[in-house]
Design a protein around this ligand. Structure first.
Ligand SMILES: *Cc1c(COP(=O)(O)O)cnc(C)c1O
Length: 411
């Protein structure tokens, strides 16, 4: 008999987004034709930039020729893409990353979920709370936790509350952990880590011989050029951090699929006998064994997103979403809500009105304003009493949503 992986049974019932989908379907079935505005799931809405589309077409045409056909690509990504990444994402910010430290993949969700595989079963995990559920759930699946308690906290994971008091950017804990997941700009809170905050984390990781898994999926939304976009802008991070970036949000690639993970050569872990092993080598082995490269056509599209033209066009898309973020932030504040962040991220984090629970506010918002958001409690116990509004939509829908919310909840 094939026994199942029992750890899957520890996963909390109902992943957040399916539950949202279920409630929205219930509402639209009961109210046919209701014009529901979705500011819930973090998915982009604008079409691909022209430079990206052009590159896609050209690459498809190439693939139709004998000389331009490409089969399996290099395991870590084509040089034309890793060179563009090194130049645009790193060198331009004073950071040197080697081509062999970059692993091109089909998504940061996958990478941030798979990366735990190269670490030992007994590694202790720290996460900020609320948190992108992938970090936690993949460690649960891997058997690194006990069961969840009544609040949804898994035994064996160190939760660091992101609160109003700490500006939703927790400082490193007073205790040690082997691995810490950080995400800045943050999904779900929309908060961005300062240089000082990341500096403290890097110092903590070096002191504790820990590894930081830094998710920078939203780096392109940072508006202040002085804020760090990469953890490698912090001195000493090469010895303690893995960084993940994605084309999904910055270039509208959620349906195209391209991302990359950086594992610096200096970064090591230890064997049971205390011997140091390079994590670059381990991730390379994992990548080559379980992944067969991102399609040539897609890597051409990603490289086009990093061209001058592509950067200008995708930069306009980011600005479009950030204008939404501004309208949401200011509109909700004017309507009397307490709102946070969203200045360097496509998410606004808000306190639910009148002490409502996150899910009660979700239901009221859907029922009375026909607007879908995301309950903060779905991202972790410290998200209870908060709510995430996404800036991924049209200006018109955002304006309409704010007006409706203001009317329903004013005062
Ligand atoms: C959207 C998102 C990603 C990107 O995932 P892809 O698989 O590259 O689309 C990664 N991390 C966080 C926190 C995200 O919100």
């Amino acid at each position: 008999m094939a026994k199942i992986n029992e750890s899957y049974k520890k996963l909390e019932a109902g992943y957040l987004f399916p539950e949202i989908g279920r409630r929205v379907r219930g509402f639209t079935e009961a109210n046919p034709g209701a014009d529901v505005i979705r500011l819930g799931i973090g998915d982009v809405t604008l079409p691909l930039a022209p430079a990206v589309v052009e590159a896609l077409h050209a690459a498809v045409d190439e693939m139709a020729t004998e000389s331009g056909f490409h089969g399996y690509g290099p395991e870590n990504g084509y040089g034309f893409l890793t060179d563009a990444i090194r130049q645009v994402d790193y060198k331009a910010r004073g950071v040197d990353i080697d081509g062999e430290e970059i692993f091109v993949s089909d998504g940061s969700k996958q990478d941030s979920g798979n990366i735990q595989e190269i670490f030992g079963q007994g590694c202790s995990i720290a996460v900020t709370d609320p948190v992108y559920p992938v970090y936690v759930d993949t460690n649960v699946m891997a058997g690194r936790t006990g069961n969840a308690d009544a609040d949804g906290r898994y035994e064996g994971i160190l939760y660091l509350p992101a609160t109003e008091e700490n500006g939703f950017t927790p400082a490193p804990p007073g205790e040690r952990a082997d691995i810490a997941y950080l995400c800045s700009p943050n999904n779900p809170t929309g908060a961005v880590a300062s240089r000082e905050n990341l500096g403290a984390w890097v110092a903590w990781a070096r002191e504790n011989d820990a590894v930081i898994l830094f998710d920078a999926a939203y780096d392109a939304f940072i508006q202040d050029p002085d804020l760090p976009r990469s953890i490698y802008e912090i001195e000493g991070a090469r010895e303690c951090a893995i960084e993940m970036r994605s084309f999904s949000k910055r270039a509208g690639f959620t349906g195209v699929r391209c991302a990359y993970t950086v594992v610096p050569r200096e970064l090591t872990g230890t064997t049971a006998s205390g011997e140091r092993v390079g994590l670059n080598e381990l991730w390379g082995r994992r990548h080559a064994t379980k992944f067969n490269s991102v399609p040539y056509v897609i890597q051409r599209a990603a490289a086009a997103a990093l061209s001058d033209e592509g950067l200008a066009q995708t930069g306009e898309q980011v600005s479009y979403y950030m204008e939404n973020a501004r309208r949401i932030r200011e509109g909700l504040a004017a309507a009397g809500f307490t709102v946070f962040a969203g200045e360097h991220a496509p998410y606004i984090w808000m306190r639910t009105p009148g002490g409502l629970s996150s899910w009660d506010f979700f239901d009221q918002l859907l029922d009375k304003a026909r607007v879908v958001g995301t309950p903060g409690s779905g991202f972790g116990p410290s998200g209870e009493g908060y709510f995430r509004i996404s800036a991924f939509n049209s200006h018109a829908n955002v304006d309409e949503a704010i007006e409706r919310i203001g009317k329903v909840f004013a005062g």
